[in-house]
Design a protein around this ligand. Structure first.
Ligand code: FES
Length: 153
């Protein structure tokens, strides 16, 4: 990604009272465009916005939804919070890992699917739950997961 492209995105993002772009919307927008935010990109953002690199990189590495490396076309986020955990989550994660032939935190070799374990997705009434990109899937079981994954491939 070029410095000019980053500059254009910075210009589009809402500014705070200090005249600097709001960091989270900026980072999401950059990730939306390029898929992830590398260290080099974070340095470029720091240079252009005058926001310290440590602040920018701290935010990127703090939030589960921001990535420092390329991810698959489909990102599966499976919830590991109490309601889901108590509903057979560990078995379902193992099932997903077997099905995809990867471990949590990894991406399939064909770069189609990444698997991540995250905190509560806000749909505990449907636990166990996962999201694939922006879509929520709840009341999961092995049969349901198998069907969902086969539609992704
Ligand atoms: S605990 Fe899993 S969605 Fe809330």
């Amino acid at each position: 990604m070029s410095s000019d492209e980053i500059g254009m995105i910075i210009d589009e993002v809402i500014k705070g009272p200090d005249g600097k772009p709001l960091l989270l919307p900026l980072l999401y927008k950059i990730q939306e465009k390029f898929g992830y935010i590398s260290k080099n990109t974070a340095h470029e953002i720091a240079k252009k916005t005058k926001i310290p690199f440590s602040t920018i990189y701290g935010v990127i590495t703090f939030y589960d939804m921001l990535y420092t490396e390329p991810k698959g076309k489909h990102i599966i986020r499976i919830c590991n919070s109490p309601s889901c955990y108590l509903n057979n989550l560990v078995t379902l994660i193992k099932f997903l890992e077997l099905l995809l032939n990867i471990k949590s935190g990894q991406t399939t070799k064909d770069k189609k699917i990444s698997l991540e374990i995250v905190s509560c997705l806000g749909c505990c009434d449907k636990s166990p739950a996962m999201m694939i990109n922006d879509q929520v899937y709840g009341n999961l079981n092995e049969h349901k997961i198998k069907k969902i994954i086969s539609r992704l491939r």
